[in-house]
Design a protein around this ligand. Structure first.
Ligand code: GLC
Length: 584
């Protein structure tokens, strides 16, 4: 693993050396480099990586202004290295009015002064590389800020050359938007602009106008954004809201469904704005852009696809689109349901057709998994179960900062404290996303060690006194140490790193069990996740897996017990136990 990373970073360094004028470095890899690219393509790094999402505003503040920043991330790289992560995905750090906290970008090829400078960014990439950690950028392709110079030009007149960079349409009549499309954050997706007497389309906030991806000039500008960051040595991109890139040019109304949403709007099916086939044409080009660079840069797609068919389309029919489409279905089971997890795990396993699954349970847009899966009593044990599920399947795992210490969602209690506009629009039903974005809890010092400021941009949850990295580092039974052990096991056990996946005991609706088997040595690791509050005794017959094994020898378990080997026909597990062992 480490060697693979060394070669990845050597390749990236080479690419930088060959970069003549920044934007064209991708055209000049050396012969040796392109040979190495081919070698890497067979077993690329991202198949075995542990990826860690950082919400930079909340990770570490290095200059005492109450807002996290790039130098703060750099300061914490040693922690990330010890945890065992291979790449960090940093949510947007580009210049932005911060209406959607960075997802409204006014300049795609610069750094917001709130977060630092380009020199800070380059230093982060360099320091991360020294620790074999890649930096993955957020690529917000669907929309810009309304303060982006492209949009400022576009809205200035109907004849401006950039008019067609965005989606402008006439209303149906006075005060009537062009159709019934709704914004994800509530109310019409159309905003009237009196200056030119037309509406522009915005899937998200009205300060986030959608780019017109049918315009080739927009496509080129956005592909060049990818090249700009690849030239600086990034390891790939997480593509934001990718299924929303294209809309029906004929503006059909979306079908209306029964009921209303948290914003009081009628429910609709986003039929004419989501998952249009053209998305895949653009993804193929993006893939070509990143593939022209050494070191197998990765594309990860955010897309809460409604089913496995749509999800697997993201790989591309020739595996020529996104390498790692996020599996939101696994993320959002939202209950400890063995049948549901089993079905979804099997579904991606049998339908990915060579594509690599990608799992996560928490991110900056939804309640933390600690709350969503916890039962209010055994949350820490359940957090460890979820960690094991995340880190022992074949899927590339993604962690969200703070998940590794079991940080809880801490939403604002008063409307006047809400920072995320969606929480202001939807209060009190929809409280927005502040709760999952609170500052990282490092230690027991002021502001949990996040910042020396008197006021941080979001309050530090009171739980930090007990729940923080420093305390958990010292406790061998902590969630943090469990994550570390799992990550190191995933790395050291070939069956977990590379092995096949077979679900076992498919009729059991309380205990989720699967076998990972190393095709070379035949060695197999059994994963047993008791998702119930009762002790269980489970029996395994591995003959159909071609094995005559009789016992299982523990590698890692929680609650920690010094269990000796157990016969496979009577594996005892405690309530909410995670048990991982080698079968023999
Ligand atoms: C994605 C981001 C989310 C953002 C939205 C609009 O869903 O994850 O945070 O608000 O896109 O950019």
């Amino acid at each position: 693993m480490i060697d693979r990373f060394r070669s990845l970073f050597a390749l990236l360094t080479l690419s930088l050396l060959f970069a003549t004028d920044g934007m064209h470095a991708q055209q000049t890899p050396s012969l040796a480099t392109s040979q190495q690219i081919q070698q890497d393509a067979g077993d690329p790094w991202w198949k075995h990586a542990v990826i860690y999402e950082i919400y930079p505003r909340s990770f570490q503040d290095s200059n005492g202004d109450g807002i996290g920043d790039i130098n703060g991330v750099t300061e914490r790289l040693d922690y990330l290295e010890t945890l065992g992560v291979d790449a960090i995905w940093i949510t947007p750090i580009y210049p932005s009015p911060q209406v959607d906290f960075g997802y409204d970008i006014s300049d795609y090829t610069a750094i917001d002064p709130q977060y630092g400078t380009m020199a800070d960014f380059d230093r982060l990439v360099k320091e991360a590389r020294k620790r074999n950690i890649g930096v993955i950028m957020d690529f917000v392709a669907n929309h810009t800020s309304d303060q982006n110079p492209w949009f400022i030009e576009s809205r200035s007149s109907r004849t401006n050359p950039k008019r067609d960079w965005y989606i402008w349409r006439n209303g149906k009549g006075p005060g009537q938007p062009p159709n019934n499309w709704l914004s994800w954050f509530g109310h019409s997706a159309w905003q009237f602009d009196p200056r030119t007497d037309q509406y522009y389309y915005h899937y998200f906030y009205r300060e986030q106008p959608d780019l017109n991806w049918r315009n080739p000039a927009v496509q080129q500008a956005m592909y060049n954004v990818l090249r700009f960051w690849l030239d600086r040595g990034v390891a790939g991109f997480r593509i934001d809201a990718v299924s929303r890139l294209y809309e029906d040019p004929n503006l059909h109304d979306d079908p209306v469904l029964p009921g209303t949403n948290a914003y009081g709007d009628p429910n609709i099916e986003h039929k004419y704005t989501d998952n249009l086939p053209e998305v895949h044409d653009s993804l193929r080009v993006m893939r070509k852009v990143v593939d022209a660079y050494p070191g197998s840069p990765v594309l990860i797609s955010e897309a809460d696809e409604p089913n496995i068919t749509e999800l697997t389309k993201m790989y591309g029919s020739k595996l020529d689109e996104v390498q790692l489409p996020m599996d939101f279905q696994v993320a959002d089971v939202n209950q400890l349901s063995v049948p549901k997890f089993r079905e979804l795990l099997d579904e991606i396993e049998h339908n990915a057709k060579g594509g690599q699954p990608y799992f996560f349970f928490s991110n900056h847009d939804q309640d933390r998994a600690w709350n969503r899966y916890g039962d209010g009593v055994h949350n820490d044990d359940i957090a460890k179960l979820m960690a094991a599920l995340l880190l022992t399947t074949r899927a590339t795992p993604q962690l969200y900062y703070g998940e590794e210490i079991g940080m809880a969602t801490t939403p604002p209690t008063r409307k006047e404290d809400v920072k995320d506009p969606s929480g202001k629009i939807g209060w009190p039903k929809e409280k927005g996303r502040d709760g999952e974005r609170t500052p990282m809890q490092w230690d027991t010092s002021k502001n949990a060690g996040f910042s020396t400021a008197d006021k941080t941009w979001l309050p530090v949850p009171a739980s930090y006194k007990q729940r923080n990295v420093a305390v958990q580092e010292k406790n061998p039974d902590s969630i943090l140490n469990f994550y570390k052990q799992l990550i190191s096991l995933r790395r050291s056990q070939p069956a977990l790193r590379d092995g096949s996946y077979d679900s076992l005991n498919r009729q059991d609706d309380q205990v989720l069990s699967y076998l990972r088997k190393d095709p070379n040595s035949g060695e197999a690791v059994l994963v047993v996740l008791n998702m119930s509050s009762q002790p269980k005794t489970v029996s395994y017959d591995l003959k159909s897996q071609g094995m005559n094994a009789a016992i299982v020898k523990p590698l890692l378990s929680n609650p920690r017990e010094s269990v000796l080997s157990m016969p496979l026909n009577a594996v005892h597990v405690a309530p909410f136990e995670t048990f991982i062992g080698i079968v023999q």
